[in-house]
Ligand binder design. Sequence first.
Ligand code: NAD
Length: 253
Amino acid sequence: MRILVTGAASGLGAALTRAWRLRGDDVLATDLAGQDVDLTLDITNDDDWATAFEEVQTRWGGLDILVNNAGVAGGGRLDVATLDEWRWITEINLFGAVRGTRTFVPLFKRQRSGHIVNVASLAGLVHPAGMASYNAVKAAVVALTETTGHELAAYGVRASVVCPSYFRTNLMDSLQGADTVLAGVMAHLVESSPLSAHDIAASVIAGIDAGHELIVPDVAAQSAWKMKQTDRMNYELMMRAQADKLHRLAGEP
Ligand SMILES: NC(=O)c1ccc[n+]([C@@H]2O[C@H](COP(=O)([O-])OP(=O)(O)OC[C@H]3O[C@@H](n4cnc5c(N)ncnc54)[C@H](O)[C@@H]3O)[C@@H](O)[C@H]2O)c1
């Protein structure tokens, strides 16, 4: 397989790259400038996407899988997070995937094959308090993926979205935002997770191989998503308890 991965210098992108290469797939690993990867690709930069497209054509003359994985952490309570923070996270976590999709869809349509894998988050399916901007952009990535799958099915092109719960990576290094209380909570959840990027990558690759459109790669995420669909009352209670805890931590009345 010929695979392009964004955000491949760290965390899930690095783990996916490693796992695919171990089994003999060809991976074009991309990330921000200065990272130890094959190609610089800032996913917010149109010129970088054009360069990546040219590189794929020169190397392989086509592509089998595009993985829109690169992303940043953000969030914050509704009255604390700023509009600039909303714009920043949308530009990277949503428009990054949109740019990647727009860059490669014409090629995939011509090939009449291809697979777009978007890394969203459990936050794209269940939406805890304090994380509106992150939840909203990840939910948008879920919608983008489903739409892509419907629109391109007739061309033999597939789309999958990945929705993990917290796992240990360098994601919190990217965190920006005025809500330091929420930042502390998120950092604790990422850093104390029993799951590594390697665990998630193995499950993601199995999901892609099986052609799953929705890949919920870990048990914690699967339980939360199932609870929302089948036990709405307890789901609401759990989410409200989490919101109460956030208010208490923030010293809000
Ligand atoms: N770690 C978690 O708990 C968790 C949970 C759910 C979803 N995710 C998602 O997984 C994906 C990967 O994150 P991770 O946890 O491996 O984090 P990470 O910080 O370890 O890796 C993210 C990579 O993306 C790169 N990146 C950031 N902005 C970029 C840009 N503009 N252009 C190109 N590359 C950029 C970073 O340099 C980094 O190498 C993200 O989309 C994240 O939202 C992570």
